[in-house]
Ligand binder design. Structure first.
Ligand code: GLU
Length: 432
């Protein structure tokens, strides 16, 4: 349903387009904010405006209303404005990438689309202004299923630039679907980080009352201002309510639920810290002192790599082409890391061809061990390596990185076995 005639005439006469900042007066009251798309199910007299708090309000307009455009430029395309700096507060750079955290519901279609600018996002959380100087810019405005290797590389460059220009920390609002991949990619690509790089997302878009966007963002800023933590992390709800937030190591984090606000879990490692709603941070392990030098980016990646999940019935014939074309193959095996014995000759062929075959486990929890059963031992003899309790997606990202940053397959295999960013550990293994 579109606007009623008097309303659309008033909007047209004022030149008010979606995304513009407007002021509308009707029935003796004045409302200002960003003009949002009209809701299909709203009455034709309702105007939807995103007000300063970030919430959308629907206001019934009456004939004779007055509309004034305060700023006609679409908010999402606006250059990010710098908030006034407060001396003594840490400088945090926010690099927007898109995702639900920077999205609103398109009321014409009901679909969620990335639209909020990075500065709009920080402005929606006034508490941030009291604890940090946040400067925001948008690098991408995409859903994270559309992220690829080039995005990780550009992001790594952008993070290094911010840190080397004096940012104490970098926060990256990101779609939740592939946040773990990006976190792992940045973990390996960035060397010598002097502070935290924190990915943050939301399971519910910013214009919903149940949105976790603001609270996750505030928790991320609080973690960044605590000082002392250098590395790549993800901060998300730790409980269904708004009472606890978890800080996960970038190489250990996984989205474990499609919709819950506490969907993110650290796998095979405890969260680095927990943050209460009051801002108190519980961090059992005191972090090591961060290095003082410049951040270096090593972002080369071997794109000829695949991540395959083994399943009963997997046909070596069907996968031969893919496997033989790939320089790196990560297989998420069953249990301790197994595949059907009929896949073993193909693994051998790939390894003989100079490719690296890495075995992880689709159990996620616990470590791989190819020494227990005959199948595993045959896989090892065929040339496969296993990488302990590393997440399959982390192994995939690390393998792309290892292959591009070493001289040969043997060196890449060594690197895969060497813990670099807490991506593996023997804390909970029962098989070593
Ligand atoms: N699929 C989208 C993404 O990952 C939306 C999900 C989200 O941000 O939570 O970007």
């Amino acid at each position: 349903m579109s606007y009623s005639e008097f309303l659309s005439k008033a909007l047209d006469a004022a030149g008010a387009r979606e995304g513009a900042r407007i002021e509308a007066s009707s029935g003796g009251k004045t409302y200002s904010g960003i003009l949002m798309p009209h809701h299909e199910f709203s009455s034709p007299d309702i105007l939807i405006i995103k007000i300063g708090s970030g919430y959308n309000i629907g206001v019934r307009m009456r004939p004779g209303l007055e509309v004034r455009v305060l700023d006609g430029q679409h908010e999402a395309q606006k250059k990010e404005d710098a908030a006034p700096r407060i001396d003594g507060l840490p400088n945090i750079s926010l690099i927007g990438t898109g995702g639900t955290i920077a999205s609103y519901v398109d009321y014409r279609t009901g679909a969620v689309r990335p639209a909020l600018s990075a500065s709009e996002l920080t402005n929606a959380v006034p508490e941030i202004r009291d604890i940090a100087n946040v400067s925001a810019r948008a690098l991408f405005s995409i859903f994270s299923e559309n992220m690829g290797v080039e995005h990780w590389q550009k992001l790594a460059e952008a993070v290094a630039e911010e840190m080397n220009n004096g940012a104490a920390a970098v926060i990256i609002p990101h779609g939740t679907d592939t946040m773990g991949y990006t976190a792992a990619a940045l973990s390996f690509m960035l060397e010598g980080l002097s502070g935290p790089v924190v990915l943050v997302g939301a399971q519910r878009s910013s214009d919903r009352p149940s949105s976790d966007a603001s609270s996750n963002l505030l928790a991320a800023v609080r973690f960044c201002t605590a000082g002392g933590n250098a590395g790549v992390f993800a901060v998300m709800h730790d409980s269904p309510g708004d009472d606890s937030f978890a800080v996960h190591t970038g190489t250990r984090v996984r989205k474990m639920h499609t919709s819950r606000r506490d969907a993110f879990r650290s796998i095979n490692a405890p969260p680095v810290a927990r943050i209460g709603a009051d801002g108190r941070i519980e961090q059992p392990q005191i972090p090591e002192a961060p290095p003082a030098g410049k951040v270096v980016v090593r972002s080369a990646m071997e794109k000829n790599a695949v991540l395959l999940q083994y399943y009963p019935g997997m046909s070596p014939d069907l996968f031969e082409d893919i496997i033989m074309k790939s320089k790196g193959i990560v297989i998420s095996g069953s249990g301790l890391g197994h595949v059907n014995e009929n896949m073993v000759p193909l693994i051998k062929k790939a390894c003989g061809n100079g490719s690296v075959v890495v075995i992880t486990s689709q159990c996620l929890n616990g470590s791989t061990n190819l020494n227990v059963y005959n199948t595993g031992r045959d896989m090892l003899s065929a040339g496969a390596i296993s990488v302990g309790d590393m997440l399959p997606e982390t192994a995939y990202v690390k393998l792309m990185w290892a292959l591009a940053n070493t001289a040969d397959a043997e060196e890449a295999k060594k690197l895969m076995k060497t813990p670099l960013r807490s991506e593996t550990g023997d804390r909970r293994t029962v098989d070593v």
